[in-house]
Design a protein around this ligand. Structure first.
Ligand code: NIG
Ligand code: FE
Length: 411
């Protein structure tokens, strides 16, 4: 399997439809979010892990040298999906809490009573680093089966020095993009959130900044307020980290203006965002990361996805995969929710969980498009039309996954 440069070459041939976000810019916003190039009867030529060329089968000239072939007849190809918001580093589960919520308890009540996130913190602290690596790897496998080839994961279930750092290392070791969510919740050993933020910034940030690419904070009543969030994020930015925020999940507490003020990469959730927040985001560079599986799982209102896109905001979609508020690793399901609940078109949903999500992770131009020079991360869908990605609600849509130009055995 060699290219003129000596590396492996793979030809994905006879693809019924190849769909990829149009153009070369990122993030896509407004009308351009729905601009998807669709090529019928297509091929993708991969070389040394990257896309070398794409085109119509009829325009494919004979290839020299060894080329492995992958027959994609009856399949559609889209870029490997990019999940830019997960909490994949945790031990244990919250199935008891899930049952309690089904019986009427709310997520915020359970959190206030010391359950919720803190239950996962207890299990994660007790697990040890090897078990955390194994957990992230297992979750990565689930994501890969659902078509995610690039994933971010936050820490945030350690909330002490050793477990936060072990979590970040585990995420990196399992191939994820690590985000330091040191300000997820105030653990019981601190009665005062400010003292906890002081501890995190003094004792954990210097080491966290050597592993993580970004920092995140849960800005919400019962978690951190806007003053604490600003202090935490400003220190993280000074240490070289990109900034993210969990904001407007239950209430508007100033997350959107803070994100704009600090030049954050994204503000995520936005289920409670009103018209002003939509306008402010649309006029900014901050990406609105929407997590409809989380809204669904908690029985909460959906974020204003259509309004954000129409106003011109840059929108991305992610799973929020975690044991409490979104035990869901499937971006295809999130695309279905985007179409049915947020009223995004299948094309807008595709761009939102590929190129725009890649932008949130600082990887636009490397992943999120099937285009020359990009990583050859490609999904073959078991579908005659690529829009089945959103249409086939909860279906087993991913037939094969190619990562860095190599077909992956799906476990
Ligand atoms: O994004 N809301 C804050 N954090 C996570 C949930 C974490 C958990 O419940 O374990 C979220 O929904
Ligand atoms: Fe989250």
């Amino acid at each position: 399997m060699s290219s003129p440069g000596g590396g492996r070459r793979l030809l994905i041939r006879d693809i019924a439809q190849l769909a990829t976000p149009a153009g070369t810019s990122a993030p896509l916003r407004g009308r351009s979010l729905g601009d998807v190039d669709v090529l019928e009867d297509a091929y993708i030529l991969c070389s040394d892990g990257s896309v070398e060329a794409v085109g119509r089968m009829r325009d494919l000239s004979p290839l020299e040298g060894d080329v492995e072939e992958l027959d994609a007849r009856g399949r559609c190809a889209v870029p490997g999906l990019v999940d830019c918001h997960t909490h994949a580093c945790f031990a244990g589960d919250r199935v008891e809490e899930f049952a309690l919520r089904a019986a009427g308890a709310t997520y915020e009540e359970l959190h206030a009573a010391g359950g919720g996130i803190m239950a996962t913190v207890d299990a994660t602290r007790a697990a040890g680093e090897a078990a955390l690596v194994a957990a992230v790897r297992e979750h990565r496998t689930w994501m890969l089966r659902a078509g995610t080839t690039t994933f971010e994961s936050k820490s945030g279930y350690g909330l002490d020095r050793d477990t936060e750092l072990a979590s970040l290392r585990a995420i990196a070791q399992a191939g994820g993009v690590p985000t330091w969510l040191g300000a997820h919740s105030v653990p019981p050993e601190f009665s005062d959130p400010d003292a906890y933020v002081d501890y995190m910034l003094a004792e954990v940030l210097p080491s966290a900044a050597t592993v993580a690419e970004a920092a995140d904070v849960f800005l919400e009543r019962g978690a951190f307020d806007v003053t604490q969030a600003r202090r935490y994020l400003e220190a993280c930015a000074a240490a070289g980290l990109a900034l993210r925020l969990h904001g407007d999940q239950f209430t508007e507490q100033g997350a959107v203006p803070l994100a704009v003020e600090l030049g954050a990469r994204s503000v995520d959730h936005l289920e409670a965002t009103g018209d002003d927040g939509v306008r402010v985001l649309a006029a900014s560079e901050v990406v609105a990361v929407l997590l409809p599986a989380s809204a669904l799982f908690l029985g909460r209102p959906m974020p204003p996805g259509r309004a954000l896109v129409d106003a011109g905001a840059a929108v991305a979609l992610a799973t929020d995969f975690n044991p409490g508020s979104a035990f869901c690793e499937s971006l295809p399901l999130v695309c279905s929710l985007a179409a049915t609940q947020l009223k995004l078109s299948p094309a807008e949903a595709l761009s939102a969980c590929t190129v725009n999500a890649a932008h949130v992770l600082g990887r636009a131009g490397r992943v999120g498009r099937v285009a020359p020079g990009h990583a050859a991360d490609v999904l073959l869908l078991d579908a005659p039309d690529w829009r089945y990605l959103a249409y086939h609600l909860g279906g087993r849509i991913v037939a094969s996954v190619v990562v860095a130009g190599a077909p992956v055995e799906l476990p």
